[in-house]
Design a protein around this ligand. Structure first.
Ligand SMILES: Cc1cc2nc3c(=O)[nH]c(=O)nc-3n(C[C@H](O)[C@H](O)[C@H](O)COP(=O)(O)OP(=O)(O)OC[C@H]3O[C@@H](n4cnc5c(N)ncnc54)[C@H](O)[C@@H]3O)c2cc1C
Length: 566
């Protein structure tokens, strides 16, 4: 095992990780900062995949109060209001920083102001974008800044477990594995940022990048940290359905298509949304996803088992000019979006839940900070489109500032518990030494089926114990035991984390006996009293999940009230 030391260790290089690195370095250039990432810096994670854009209340007529109320009402009164306020105020600063210091170009109006487009669930057009490739612009420019500043990088390094001090009182470092040679690396750090970006890839259909498998959330659960809102998994209504053989299945077809007047048709070619909601296809993400799922359950499906998205009635030329990127993406899979119909399915898209944290990104574990999709509490029961990348960049920047200040004030290197390191390595080594060979593909298939059928858009409970046991007993075939880029090993690690976080999702979903936002239970279809709202808190105690229901504190506005005067 190699050992390294760095003042600040950042896990993940999405919007949260890169912003944190830049801010920490600007706050104190004498600190050593290291970014460890499972993929290649600038090329992995979901921030790069952002299509639609970034919400910020910039325009005349809009306000942070309006953005805040949209976020709270969209989140069905479950968001932590102080976190949501930090999000909406910080988003304006970050957009200016992205343009003026980081070098991003966003689309502009003829008068030179930033162009902002409409996104569902918002009362003002506030989504800043660069065409429909906003994430690439943001990540490329951020990565250039990181490369230029001598921030250390551990690429293709996968974080495995947090290593605490012997008394369990604080974080001492993180055990990683260098995926290129399979060697373990213990990185001791004064402060660590968890920014691995969640990623609900345990569902059969999903949108996030393939490197994401809820690793950070699983690490936090094993370290006994509390996670909130885990039952709140957002499904995007329209993911491309191009068959099981291609990773293009799940690719998001943006909301603007329905916003522009696109129809959803069942397998017989009939519109069905108007029987679910008077807004038809323009209803919110949760309602449209559930309606599609109902059609699928009733068997009224397309050849691949989804429904049709149809734009042809709007005129092929007009669709082609408005949605160039989408039309090309569909054409790659043999579909004519402009003049024909495209098969779609609602894929799992985003996790509103995550590690509980304060507005300065501190967590219950001394030395550990969290930002981005690994964190919970900003969005409550639903995330507005455009608030995801705002969340990761706003809190990433705060985490960078906060970690630099914390290291200066009270940081120190703390001795890692040697027994904990040994035990973590033994857990990771399991498939090399013990157990019986079984088929990881078959385990993944069962996980996908369990989560899609029993803990997906509709909730009915489900058991994952057998999968966890089977994974613990898994042995790698001897021919596949070379450690360099051993994808079978990493698949096994990914699946272990996905099963662990799936258990937390199911535990929280069973505990919530009402339906709010992304969480719907046929046996408890009502939202419950808003003024008595609670959020779920899941934690692992002695390897068993415990769920508490914690009252939401309405620190700025109560249900029925508004911060808006008009
Ligand atoms: C297709 C798609 C479109 C989207 N469009 C929008 C949009 O228009 N607007 C919006 O606001 N949001 C959008 N989102 C959501 C948005 O992308 C995310 O909310 C946000 O970018 C998450 O940022 P992050 O920094 O937390 O994580 P990410 O950007 O996902 O970065 C996570 C990083 O952690 C690394 N990592 C993972 N596991 C480990 C490990 N074990 N060890 C080390 N590193 C690890 C990954 O490799 C990656 O570098 C979209 C998401 C998807 C999937």
């Amino acid at each position: 095992m190699r050992r390294l030391r760095t003042d600040i260790l950042i896990l993940g290089s999405g919007g949260a990780g890169l912003f944190a690195a830049l801010h920490a370095q600007a706050a104190n250039p004498s600190l050593s900062i290291t970014i460890a990432v499972k993929g290649l810096l600038g090329k992995c994670g979901c921030t790069r995949m952002v299509q639609g854009g970034y919400n910020a209340a910039l325009a005349a007529g809009d306000s942070v109060e309006r953005h805040f109320m949209d976020t709270i009402e969209g989140g069905k009164w479950l968001p932590d209001q102080d976190l949501a306020w930090t999000l909406v105020t910080g988003a304006i600063e970050r957009i200016h920083e992205l343009e003026n210091e980081i070098g991003c170009f966003f689309d502009r109006n003829p008068d030179g102001t930033i162009h902002q487009k409409a996104f569902a669930g918002q009362t003002f057009d506030r989504t800043v974008h660069k065409g429909d490739l906003t994430g690439i612009e943001i990540i490329n420019r951020l990565a250039e800044q990181v490369w230029a500043r001598g921030i250390a990088r551990l690429e293709e390094h996968r974080a495995l477990e947090f290593i605490l001090t012997a008394d369990g009182d604080a974080l001492a470092g993180v055990l990683l594995v260098d995926m290129r040679d399979g060697e373990y690396v213990l990185v001791e750090a004064q402060a660590v940022l968890l920014a691995t970006g969640g990623g609900p890839t345990m569902y059969r259909f999903h949108t996030p990048s393939g490197d994401k498998s809820c690793d950070g959330m699983a690490m936090a659960l094993s370290a006994g940290l509390p996670l909130r809102d885990m039952e709140m998994v957002q499904f995007h209504p329209t993911g491309l359905l191009a068959g099981a053989h291609t990773r293009m299945t799940g690719t998001v077809l943006e909301e603007g298509l329905r916003g522009a007047g696109g129809y959803l048709l069942d397998g017989r070619g009939e519109r069905f949304m108007l029987s679910h909601d008077p807004r038809g296809e323009r209803a919110t993400r949760d309602i449209v996803s559930r309606a599609i799922y109902a059609e699928m359950r009733a068997g009224r499906t397309t050849p691949n088992g989804g429904v049709w998205l149809s734009m042809a009635h709007l005129g092929a030329d007009s669709v082609r000019s408005q949605f160039k990127g989408m039309v090309e993406r569909c054409a790659d899979c043999g579909f004519d979006l402009a003049g024909g119909r495209v098969e779609v399915v609602p894929p799992a898209h985003y996790m509103m839940g995550g590690v509980e944290f304060a507005a300065d990104c501190t967590t219950a574990l001394r030395g550990l900070f969290v930002a981005g999709e690994d964190s919970g509490g900003v969005h409550g029961a639903n995330r507005l489109g455009g608030n995801g990348v705002a969340n990761s960049t706003v809190f990433g920047a705060i985490a960078g500032d906060a970690m630099a200040a914390w290291v200066g004030r009270e940081g120190s290197f703390r001795a890692a518990d040697a027994r904990a390191v040994k035990a973590a390595i033994e857990r990771a080594e399991r498939p090399f030494h013990t157990g019986e060979a079984s088929d990881l593909e078959e385990i993944r298939e069962r996980l996908h089926t369990t989560m899609w059928d029993d803990a997906g858009i509709e909730r009915a409970g489900g058991a994952l114990d057998a999968l966890a046991r089977q994974l613990r007993g898994y042995a790698m075939p001897s021919a596949a035991r070379d450690r360099a880029f051993n994808m079978t090993w990493h698949d096994w690690l990914n699946l272990g984390n996905l099963v662990s976080v799936s258990e937390a999702i199911v535990a929280a979903a069973v505990a919530r006996e009402n339906s709010r936002g992304a969480h719907f239970r046929a046996d408890f279809p009502e939202p419950g009293e808003l003024s008595a709202s609670t959020f779920t808190r899941v934690r692992k105690v002695a390897d068993v999940l415990a769920v508490d229901e914690v009252p939401v504190r309405f620190t700025r506005v109560r249900p029925g009230e508004s911060l808006l005067t008009t």
